[in-house]
Design a protein around this ligand. Structure first.
Ligand code: SF4
Ligand code: SF4
Length: 404
């Protein structure tokens, strides 16, 4: 058994524990969590009696947990109960996705829609309705030297990150690292998409947030994951049947890539982590407790856009700079659809470059392709799965050739 000191946050190639978990019965999830934490030293290796521990789920938008958009409330409850059994006080904190104005009333509604209020009431743990935030300095940052973070996250003794195993139309994977982006308050997140329009820089910003917030532990809800055009209503629930735990967000994300069958270099967070020496780039180098990654990999797991799970053709003439140019220049475009679109305006609010407007005839959101930076925030926040991502013209040709 690995000694607990080996599993702390920030350890290079930290271990990941994988346990099978086939449904969301709280007792079963709790037993699976207990089993996952055992080789890491148990919850006692991560929290101390008397501490106040923040739990950060993925609450992209308040929705039925069966849609697999949010961390399931049973997983949240299992972690909260385990924290409490270790003698600490759990408090759930979150600042849901772009386009939702953060106020205690709105936050309470999101918690209720996701089933968090119900599990908190029945299991007696706290949901923070704090929506204030502060600038937090981070001198070591590669992408920023200070960042806005919700105040509640800075007021706890430690954090446990509870992401959902999901695809992401821009970042390919919504894993452990990206889940911490949710600590940047509500609509403020939109500005970060505008400030870091290239996926590599955006990934570096995400790595900075993760390094700053340094969760002590990550518990991934991969019981039912999301495939296809995630992370919002565009994706489809997919049974994965797993619970993952580990202190290193990069190891967690690398293992997720292995389970989903994604090329590690195609996932910007993982690729940038490798570029900056935050891990050694080998999935085989991540110690795994439990079944081997290959044995739990999901066959034909659908990536967010067909073909993006690979990094495209190896074209030495083009090189990395050229490939990035092609990928950014010819990536799919958001296309709101007449019919499902209710012109609710959420995408307009979420767009960092004001590229979206509402049209009355026909009733549909319109995207200005000249302004659009392909961040897909609109696709992420649309509550009606009304935005399709489509390759057009040369982009379709490049995509067909496997270049983008
Ligand atoms: S595309 Fe979606 S988010 Fe945008 S206005 Fe239509 S329904 Fe609302
Ligand atoms: S329209 Fe373009 S820039 Fe605006 S949110 Fe959608 S993808 Fe991002």
């Amino acid at each position: 058994m690995t000694h607990p000191t080996d599993v702390r946050a920030g350890a290079l190639n930290g271990p990941v524990s994988i346990v099978r978990c086939n449904d969301y019965q709280i007792d079963g999830v709790r037993a699976a969590l207990h089993e996952a934490l055992a080789p890491l030293g148990g919850m006692a290796a991560f929290v101390k009696p008397g501490e106040r521990i923040g739990l950060k789920p993925n609450l992209l938008l308040g929705s039925d947990p069966d849609q697999a958009i949010v961390t399931h409330p049973a997983v949240l409850a299992a972690v909260a109960l385990e924290v409490r059994e270790a003698g600490a006080s759990p408090v759930v904190l979150e600042s849901p996705g772009s386009g939702i104005i953060p106020s205690p009333r709105v936050l309470a509604r999101q918690f209720a829609k996701a089933g968090y209020q119900a599990v908190a009431d029945s299991n007696g743990f706290e949901l923070s309705l704090e929506t204030e935030w502060d600038w937090v300095p981070y001198a070591e940052g590669r992408a920023f030297k200070k960042v806005e973070i919700v105040r509640s996250a800075m007021q706890v003794d430690g954090l446990i990150n509870i992401p959902k195993f999901k695809t992401h139309s821009w970042m390919i994977l919504t894993g452990a690292t990206k889940n911490l982006f949710g600590l940047i308050p509500g609509l403020t997140k939109v500005g970060y998409h505008g400030k870091y329009p290239q996926k590599e820089r955006f990934a570096e910003m995400l790595l900075d947030v993760a390094a700053l917030m340094k969760p002590r532990l990550n518990v991934m809800d991969a019981v039912v994951g999301m495939e296809g055009q995630g992370p919002g209503t565009g994706g489809k629930p997919r049974n994965v049947g797993l619970l993952l735990a580990g202190a290193d967000t990069i190891s967690m994300d690398a293992v997720c890539c292995g389970i989903a069958g994604f090329d590690l270099r195609a996932v910007p967070v993982v690729e940038r982590a490798l570029a900056h020496g935050l891990w050694d780039g080998r999935l085989a180098g991540v110690p795994v407790f439990g079944p081997a990654v290959a044995d739990v990999a999901v066959r034909d797991f659908k990536p967010p856009v067909k073909g993006v799970a690979s990094n495209g053709l190896e074209l030495p003439v083009i090189g990395e700079v050229g490939r990035n140019f092609l990928r950014n220049g010819f990536s799919p475009r958001p296309r709101p659809q007449v019919g499902p679109c209710t012109i609710c305006g959420s995408c307009e609010q979420a767009c960092p470059v004001q590229a979206i407007s509402m049209e009355k005839k026909p009733r549909v959101a319109r995207v200005d392709d000249e302004k659009c930076i392909r961040c897909y925030c609109c696709h992420e926040v649309c509550p009606h799965a009304a935005i399709e991502l489509r390759f057009t013209g040369a982009g379709r040709l490049m995509h067909g050739l496997g270049i983008v």
